[in-house]
Design a protein around this ligand. Structure first.
Ligand SMILES: *Cc1c(COP(=O)(O)O)cnc(C)c1O
Length: 234
């Protein structure tokens, strides 16, 4: 527990350093604490320390632990950063404040329908598959402009920004730069990029949200499901 809080403070300090070095204000970068696989007991001290911004990968897992955590700690902002299947859209819209993995027309249509039905309006980010990896979700860079246009014109969805997960075996900076250039030419303000290993580089390249799990909660147990990717049914 103590270790988790020390980790949180070190990451916050490193974000402060990275923003200063980039000539940016510390307030321009938000830290999303990625609590996937962390038990409620492990998240509790982070909440008690006042942190309110969290990311989860799986709708089911988040539904199991967050309703109770947030009832005890008002003011949380919960981000879905994992792939979203259309049959989980209702639950996701109900549970999450931000959905970062909008990446295909069928999902955009289902989100638009559910948002109309429920009156809930989670903020939406579009995931871009900057590394064009077959096993990963996200819109291909070449299709991004058209997809973003169709989100607004066909589905009436406001997209607030972009998210990417660079390939694990490549230097991340070119991917961050590519994400930023797609956001700039589409007039999008939010850039969710950078994880435990590379958030300083992401901040250098304009990240407004960094998603940090391991560096706060420690190493995760090995997963049976792919962690960051998971090609969803199309
Ligand atoms: C797990 C995950 C993270 C956090 O990764 P760490 O390396 O543990 O910081 C960030 N973003 C996404 C999409 C993830 O799935």
């Amino acid at each position: 527990m103590g270790a988790t809080l020390d980790n949180l403070r070190s990451v916050e300090a490193a974000i402060g350093t990275a923003t200063r070095e980039a000539g940016r204000s510390p307030a321009s970068v938000s830290l999303i604490a990625v609590s996937k696989t962390a038990a409620a007991d492990a998240i509790e001290p982070v909440l008690q320390a006042g942190h309110r911004l969290f990311g989860e990968n799986y709708v089911q897992e988040a539904a199991g632990k967050w309703p109770e955590l947030r009832s005890r700690h008002p003011g949380c902002e919960l981000h879905l950063i994992g792939p979203l299947q259309t049959n989980k859209v209702r639950e996701a819209v109900d549970l999450f404040d931000v959905i970062q993995s909008v990446d295909r027309a069928r999902l955009a249509a289902a989100l638009a329908r559910e948002m109309d039905r429920s009156g809930r309006r989670p903020r939406l980010l579009c995931q871009i598959n900057t590394g064009e990896e077959v096993q990963k979700g996200g819109v291909l860079p070449a299709d991004a402009d058209a997809f973003l246009r169709s989100c607004s014109r066909e589905y009436g969805l406001a997209i607030a920004g972009l998210m990417c997960i660079p390939p694990a075996d490549q230097p991340p900076s070119p991917h961050f730069a590519l994400l930023r250039s797609i956001a700039e030419r589409n007039g999008l303000a939010e850039l969710s990029m950078g994880m435990s290993a590379d958030y300083a580089a992401a901040i250098q390249l304009g990240a407004t949200h960094v998603r940090v799990g391991t560096a706060i909660f420690g190493a995760r147990p090995p997963m049976t499901r792919p962690e960051t990717a998971g090609r969803t049914s199309r």
